[in-house]
Design a protein around this ligand. Structure first.
Ligand code: ADP
Length: 762
């Protein structure tokens, strides 16, 4: 006779086949291959099918149909484990199969060696422990061990999962494993009724596994359980209220008049109590089970916070803080996409720290990769879980996968600006450990859109600031150019002033002598002596003019920073000697004594010899000019060790017994065109006592010496024409000039601090 149970079992056979075939031929791309699952289905199918082998078929002793069914189910459980562990632990567990297979193999061996196998027959379970009954013991112990191992391992997957969605999947496997294990236990129990239920449970668990295989996102089990708990709580409440009301109604004394009224009263009281209690429960449930703020409120709060800031760093911080709060997540952040379009293959992504600065974490998104496609082309939010399990992301490049894994985030939403991906807003796992629902992702996407607007503002602000800075820089350049122009202009004016003033004297002389020459010539009164003296005077005037012009030229070069120095080794002694040489005639005429000390022992210095000779000549010729006839000029040199890490120096002093310089003029004499004495005092002879000069000699000397990285200064106790207190000029020169001493510019010396007069002179 065929019972309903038999019908169900027989129907389950084609269902097995259909599921196996579906797994084989479906078009949904899946992460794992379904082979082990199909083998488990085959085991389960055989577990049912062998029971229906025709009676006529005789099995070799001692095998029975029931024993073969148990064996097939044992294999089904082991194969199921092989598939499940790979998914739940997210890595292959190579050891499982050899360990798991010990059970069916041992079972088969025990069966074949026993005289009689009772396993799978009615009441075999009760007799397992009576006497040494190996196949029975192996069946039970094996089932226990295999089930325990699978449960522990899948539970470990749940425990170790980094993301709630992955934990949810692992939890699903824990439940599914429990179901298939119970199914197998019932199936092998030997009781017809239990066997039917067990077989259905096994099939259901395997269909569940097939569902998990095909769908990477599994129904949220924890929120499902919470929902069930909530419903159970409400049912219990409603039942309690109704039961209470019925109890009261039952106790009411039945009187004809008041009874319906009393019932109504009880109903009203019950109803009122129910409404109040229901609301209370609702409040508690929302508090404990939902914990989610309203999305509109969250979006508004986020938008309010984010729109307040314009600085990028501030934006990142505020966005992260607000997201943490409104989404109830443990962490959040932002990635900026650096699409330089130079790289046609990929875009750079930079993780912004919560402090707003760009972090060290950088990565790349391939333009052809699934993540870029999802975020930038489809413009959809994405869960980390989908990236790990989702079929579209199977081809994800290993570096990108690692990059996103390292962020420890749960969900990402693209920040789009002008149709281009400019950033990614991201959230970590929720504090409640709940999964990210579609509604959560939509909320995150909305916030990412708002971030796009804020980002645009912050970029606009940055652009404005950049523009401002550029304008300021331009202004400064303009100002500098202006100053340079003014300087050039004043050089020109100075040049004209000095030219008109200083050149007038020698030119007038030239003019005068030529006029005289002309007149004498006309009168035929020119004799050889006159010609000789006049030509000599004319030469002097011309030389003077040349000197002046060349000084003015040097000056203008210094003024516009155009004097080039050509450095070479030279002995200080040669420099001073060459400076004095052309002056010896005048020194003789003026009966001056010149002495030099210590110059020979000086080390050679790096200098532009020609320029340095010019500088010394200017100083020494001043000493000649401002010292009365018969006076003395002493030149001394000493080596100065470098101080504060500076290299060695040579100090040369030039002292005279001349008219001296007033203390307040000691610095002023280095100024352009400065002459300490009334120009009317100037004699026209260039080297005569108190001879005229344009006031450029010391300025040029200082320019040249400073160009060598050196210093020049004057010391004197004061000016006195009668007593002749004398002056000393010091020149300090580095043996090796600093790197930047190539070009020379005259500084505005009006605020220069004069060097201390007490400076030691060796
Ligand atoms: P100048 O062409 O007039 O010589 P300088 O720049 O060489 O111009 O000197 C500037 C002024 O400094 C001189 O006019 C003079 O008043 C003063 N001066 C320079 N050297 C001496 C010195 N050795 N003794 C006194 N006064 C000096």
């Amino acid at each position: 006779m065929t019972s309903i149970l038999d019908i169900i079992l027989l129907v389950s056979i084609p269902v097995h086949v259909l599921v196996m075939l579906y797994l084989q031929f479906n078009h949904i791309p899946t992460r794992l291959r379904p082979t082990w699952l199909q083998l488990a289905l085959l085991g389960s199918l055989l577990g049912v099918a062998v029971l229906y082998l025709p009676e006529a078929m005789v099995l070799p002793v001692p095998l029975t149909r029931q024993f073969l069914s148990v064996l097939a189910l044992a294999l089904a459980l082991v194969f199921y484990g092989q598939y499940m562990l790979r998914d739940a632990l997210n890595r292959s567990v190579g050891l499982w199969l050899p360990i798991g297979l010990i059970w069916p193999v041992a079972l088969l061996a025990a069966g074949l060696t026993s005289s009689e196998i009772r396993v799978g027959q009615a009441d075999w379970l009760l007799t397992v422990f009576s006497g040494a009954y190996l196949p029975g013991l192996i069946t039970l112990v094996g089932l226990g061990v295999v089930t325990a191992l699978l449960l522990v391992l899948s539970f470990y997957g749940f425990y170790a999962a980094a993301l709630p969605e992955i934990a949810n999947r692992a939890l699903f496997w824990v439940l599914d494993t429990a179901m298939i294990a119970i199914g197998v236990l019932l199936s092998v129990s030997g009781t017809n009724m239990f066997h039917g239920i067990g077989a259905i449970l096994v099939l259901a668990a395997l269909i569940g596994a097939a569902y998990a295989h095909l769908a990477h996102g599994i129904v949220d089990i924890r929120s499902g359980m919470r929902g069930a708990a909530r419903t159970a709580l409400l049912i219990a409440l409603t039942t309690a209220v109704i039961f209470g009301a019925l109890q009261i109604a039952d106790r009411l004394p039945v009187t004809e008049v008041g009874y319906p009224l009393a019932l109504l009263l009880v109903a009203v009281l019950g109803g009122t109590a129910y409404v109040v209690l229901r609301q209370l429960v609702g409040l508690i449930v929302r508090r404990w089970f939902l914990q989610r703020p309203s999305p509109t409120r969250a979006a508004r709060q986020y938008s309010q916070q984010v729109s307040k800031v314009v600085e990028l760093s501030e934006l990142v911080r505020v966005a992260a803080e607000t997201l943490n709060q409104v989404m109830g997540v443990r962490r959040s952040g932002m990635i900026l996409v650096n699409d330089t379009s130079i790289d046609s293959q990929r875009v750079e992504v930079v993780v912004m720290r919560e402090t707003g600065s760009a972090g060290d974490v950088k990565g790349y998104l391939h333009r052809t990769g699934p993540v870029y496609d999802w975020l930038a082309v489809k413009k959809l939010p994405l869960r980390q879980f989908d990236m790990v399990y989702g079929p579209p992301f199977r081809e994800l490049n290993a570096d990108e996968r690692k990059f996103f894994q390292s962020l420890q985030m749960s969900a990402y939403a693209p920040i789009i600006m002008e149709d281009a991906l400019v950033g990614i807003l991201m959230c970590g796992p929720k504090r409640s450990d709940a999964s990210f629902t579609t509604a959560d992702l939509e909320l995150l996407a909305t916030m990412a859109d708002q971030t796009g607007v804020a980002l645009r503002n912050s970029r606009a602000m940055a652009d404005l600031r950049h523009l401002n800075a550029t304008m300021k820089a331009l202004n400064e350049e303009l100002e500098e150019a202006n100053q340079q122009y003014e300087k050039l202009d004043s050089v020109k004016t100075d040049f004209i002033t000095i030219a008109s003033h200083e050149l007038r004297t020698p030119l007038a002389q030239i003019r005068g002598y030529t006029d005289i020459l002309d007149a004498l010539n006309e009168q035929g009164m020119l004799d050889q002596d006159q010609i000789g003296s006049m030509v000599s005077n004319l030469r002097k005037a011309t030389e003077r003019t040349e000197e002046l012009l060349s000084a003015m030229l040097d000056m203008s070069q210094l003024d516009v920073n155009a004097m080039d120095l050509r450095f070479a080794q030279a002995a200080p002694e040669s420099v001073v000697r060459m400076a004095i040489e052309p002056l010896t005639e005048h020194i003789k005429q003026r009966k001056l004594t010149v002495s030099a000390r210590g110059l020979r022992s000086m080390p050679p210095i790096h200098c532009d010899m020609q320029r340095l000779v010019q500088a010394f000549r200017n100083i020494i010729s001043n000493a000649i000019k401002f010292t009365p006839d018969g006076g003395r000029i002493d030149i001394t040199a000493s080596a100065q060790p470098g101080e504060n890490g500076a290299g060695d120096h040579v100090l040369i002093s030039i002292s005279d017994t001349g008219v001296g310089i007033d203390k307040e003029n000691l610095e002023l004499i280095f100024e352009k065109f400065y002459r300490a004495y009334d120009p009317s005092l100037h004699s026209t002879g260039a080297y005569k006592f108190m001879g005229a000069g344009p006031g450029l000699g010391l300025t040029i000397a200082r320019g040249v010496i400073e160009g060598h990285g050196g210093k020049v200064w004057a010391e004197s106790s004061g000016h006195n024409m009668e007593t002749g207190p004398g002056s000393t000029f010091y020149v300090l020169l580095p043996v090796n000039p600093p790197e930047d001493a190539r070009r020379v510019a005259i500084e505005d010396t009006s605020h220069r601090n004069p060097l201390p007069a007490s400076r030691s002179v060796g």
